[in-house]
Design a protein around this ligand. Structure first.
Ligand code: ADP
Ligand code: MG
Length: 482
């Protein structure tokens, strides 16, 4: 009952009750009063007719003996009836014979109306009723009696009717108010209760709530029942949905755990494989070195040449194994995220590259104050690889320009490493992130093809994305986000 909407139902019911009550009462009063008026008017006319008959028969002898004062005495008895305005007795040929006036100057018709063969007639004029009666004595017309009466009795009756109607109306309204209070309890209350519960359900999303069944019967009881039923069904469906969701989540978790375990196993396998490969490789390298040094003079030139090739191949294999180890370390180590000064990192990498090969003409354009949030050690590997590639793939050009920075465009922001070196066919720009995928020959640009695969793994671990744009001999740009 706390909200305005539930109040309004109760209010509406009360208002409806009152309106129905008032309208019914007014209609009943109107009907009753109309009926009563018409019958009361007839009563007035009948009384008037009796009075006229009495006055007529009392005036017969006065008319016969031509004694107007006796007739006037008869008429003066009308003083006892205050509603009679005037009266007159006419002779048989229609001459006024005796006159009575309540107030001195009431007009009297100088001759009676024609009766058109009837003994008596009445009519209404300026709110009064007028009656003309024929005096008959021994079968002959002896004269006429005329009486005019006002309708003050009727006015008094109207007044008392209005007073009674107002009283009854007031009393009925009080009764209706009391009644509507009970109606409200039996009709509005269940609806209000229902509204309250449904509001609570939608607010708390709690489908276990129920509307309390009351004493109501019929449609209201059905309403409450079906509402509760509906809530029950929703609750059931909710439960099913929740259990399906839980089930699904459990299965996803299981699969994820399985996958993670498999992944880990694979990684530790490849780690130990590459790790274990180094020892025999070192032996091969060591013994071929010993052979080359101790037996150089005993072997001919082509044998020495073969030995050199064996040594070059083992060294290359060593680099490959190192790269593979780095690749698997990238995913094995714990991440420690922090703010990282990428501009500073780029400058360090650049100066190391320059230190190893100072003769090259390379312009470095490193944007100031570029920062990233991530694992510093891993991000260093990213910068090493990207700037290292830019350095390597510009080495065939006499002069080069290498850029590092941070850019925003179309609502996206990303880091980039740009060079104007050898570039590559953009059709393969997806492929170069796979391990051992290379777009350039070993003789042109040495490398293992593991660098960008490592970069991609690191970026993915940071939740970022890496991609490339390039054109043959027009340089390449590598973009990444964190
Ligand atoms: N800056 C670059 N300019 C041109 N080609 C590039 C550049 N960076 C990467 N590439 C291409 O992508 C391939 C894969 O790169 P990467 O994984 O670093 O291997 P690597 O550098 O050992 O060859 C490279 O072999 C090269 O063909
Ligand atoms: Mg590389």
């Amino acid at each position: 009952m706390s909200t305005s909407r539930s109040k309004s139902i109760a209010k509406k019911l009360t208002r409806m009750n009152m309106v129905v009550c008032v309208v019914a009462l007014l209609l009943a009063c109107t009907g009753f009063v109309t009926y009563d008026f018409s019958s009361f008017r007839q009563v007035i006319v009948r009384n008037l007719s009796i009075q006229a008959q009495v006055a007529g028969s009392n005036s017969v002898s006065a008319l016969t003996f031509d004694d107007p004062s006796a007739a006037e005495r008869t008429l003066s008895s009308f003083r006892l009836a205050p509603s009679i305005v005037s009266a007159c007795i006419y002779t048989a040929d229609g001459k006024p014979f005796a006159i009575y006036r309540r107030d001195g100057n009431a007009p009297i018709p100088t001759e009676p109306r024609t009766l058109a063969g009837r003994e008596e007639t009445y009519w209404y004029e300026h709110g009064n009723v007028l009656l003309l009666h024929t005096i008959v004595f021994e079968g002959k017309r002896a004269g006429f009696v005329f009486i005019e009466s006002d309708l003050r009795a009727m006015t008094a009756r109207v007044k008392s009717y209005i007073a009674i109607a107002v009283g009854v109306l007031a009393f009925s309204l009080v009764v209706a108010l009391l009644l509507s209070h009970f109606v409200r309890r039996s009709i509005a209350e269940p609806v209000i209760r229902l509204a309250e519960v449904s509001r609570q359900v939608s607010r708390e999303k709690n489908f276990s709530l129920r509307a309390a069944p009351g004493k109501e019967e019929g449609e209201l009881a059905t309403l409450v029942e079906t509402f509760n039923e509906m809530l029950g069904r929703i609750e059931e469906r909710d439960r099913d949905l929740q259990s399906a969701r839980d089930n699904l989540e459990k299965r996803v978790n299981e699969r994820t755990a399985e996958l993670a375990a498999a992944n880990k196993e694979l990684e530790s396998f490849s780690y130990s494989v590459s790790h274990d490969l180094r020892a025999p490789l070192r032996s091969i390298d060591g013994f071929s070195l010993a052979l080359a040094e101790d037996y150089a003079d005993k072997l001919d030139e082509s044998a020495n040449n073969y030995l050199q090739r064996i040594r070059a191949a083992t060294q290359r294999m060593g680099v490959l194994i190192d790269d593979l180890l780095n690749l698997s370390r990238v995913t094995r180590s714990e991440m420690q995220r922090q703010r990282v000064d990428l501009s500073g990192m780029a400058r360090t990498v650049a100066s190391e590259l320059v230190k190893n090969d100072g003769k090259r003409q390379v312009e470095w354009v490193i944007q100031e104050g570029v920062e990233g949030f991530g694992d510093a050690r891993l991000l260093r590997i990213v910068m090493d690889n990207l700037l290292g590639n830019a350095w390597k793939y510009t080495s065939k050009h006499p002069a080069a320009r290498i850029e590092f920075g941070y850019e925003r465009s179309n609502g996206n922001s990303f880091y980039f490493v740009r060079d104007d070196g050898a570039g590559f066919d953009p059709a393969y720009s997806e492929r170069l992130f796979g391990a051992f995928q290379r777009l350039h020959g070993m003789t042109d640009f040495p490398g293992t093809g593991v660098g960008l695969a490592t970069v991609q793994r690191i970026i993915h671990r940071h939740g970022g994305r890496v991609w490339a744009k390039a054109a043959v001999e027009k340089g390449a740009t590598l973009f990444f986000t964190l």
